[in-house]
Design a protein around this ligand. Structure first.
Ligand code: SF4
Length: 274
């Protein structure tokens, strides 16, 4: 099988830096015989979380679970202002690994005296952190717009959101007399990986997207692959490479922004050795 690669794929700067800061925080806490925690996942990759867990990182679901002294890493997609206040109150050392792009979105909401419309996927860690950064209301799809009165609203979009769904939401809003003034945009790392994938489409029979199903960025790459009409497969490990995948002669292989190179290379090897 021939495997082609897009010009951009895999780790973005935000993910790379979050992992680097977390590894350093684990080592520093460990040298003082203190635990190092994270609320949720540092990045959306079970592979990365397993590696960081082996190194000593303790994953919890909420700040209330953390007892005693130690360090807490703030995940790449940030946490709510309330959770941060609880961590400070507990006297924990905070290592902020929030991606600067997400920090910027949070600050836009925080500094806005009016209500901000947050456009994104309900329950995603970035959306949880954005909604917890000030007065904000979530719009996930065009039908959600009915909760808004006619008028003009500042809006912040999830960094990895679908550009086509965003356009649809803005168009539908306009037809309802609602003007959404976007204060940010889908992050360039997400856009670059999607556009690079599209450029590969004429040369391949199918797309393989390496990464985690919990990663919005990865799922969007998969959707972009499907939108070209080519069969597309999201695989989280080499074991998920099926005989159907191996039946293609030329595939395009890409990776979500939180997919580590070790995992990407093991998937590549499985494909090229076929
Ligand atoms: S995908 Fe964009 S927002 Fe998310 S961590 Fe990477 S650079 Fe930051």
């Amino acid at each position: 099988m021939k495997v082609l690669f897009p010009e951009k794929y895999g780790f973005c700067n935000g993910v790379r830096e979050a992992i680097r800061k977390t590894a350093a925080a684990i080592d520093k806490a460990g040298s003082a015989s203190l635990p190092c925690f994270v609320i949720g996942d540092v990045v959306h990759s079970s592979f990365v979380m397993e590696e960081l867990g082996k190194r000593g990182l303790i994953r919890v679901d909420s700040p209330e679970e953390i007892k005693g002294p130690g360090t807490v890493v703030v995940r790449a997609h940030g946490i709510t202002d309330m959770d941060r206040a609880i961590l400070i109150e507990k006297g924990l050392e905070i290592v902020d690994a929030t991606c600067p792009v997400v920090l910027h979105s949070q600050s836009l909401i925080r500094s806005n005296p009016e209500m901000t419309v947050v456009i994104g996927k309900a329950g995603h860690s970035e959306i949880v952190s954005l909604l917890g950064s000030g007065a904000a209301v979530l719009i996930e799809k065009p039908s959600d717009l009915k909760i808004l009165q006619k008028g003009e609203y500042p809006a912040v979009v999830q960094t990895t959101f679908s550009v086509s769904v965003l356009d649809e939401i803005i168009r539908t809003a306009a037809s309802m007399g609602i003007s959404l003034k976007l204060l940010n945009s889908v992050c360039s790392a997400s856009i670059d990986r999607r556009q690079a994938l599209l450029r590969l489409a004429p040369d391949v029979e199918a797309f393989i997207i390496a990464g985690d199903r919990s990663s919005k960025n990865t799922v969007e790459l998969y959707e972009v692959g499907k939108s070209t009409g080519k069969p597309s497969f999201l695989v989280s490990s080499p074991d998920e490479i099926t005989s159907e995948i191996l039946s293609f002669s030329v595939v395009g292989l890409t990776a979500g922004a939180s997919c580590p190179d070790t995992l990407f290379q093991s998937i590549r090897r499985r494909l090229t050795n076929a």
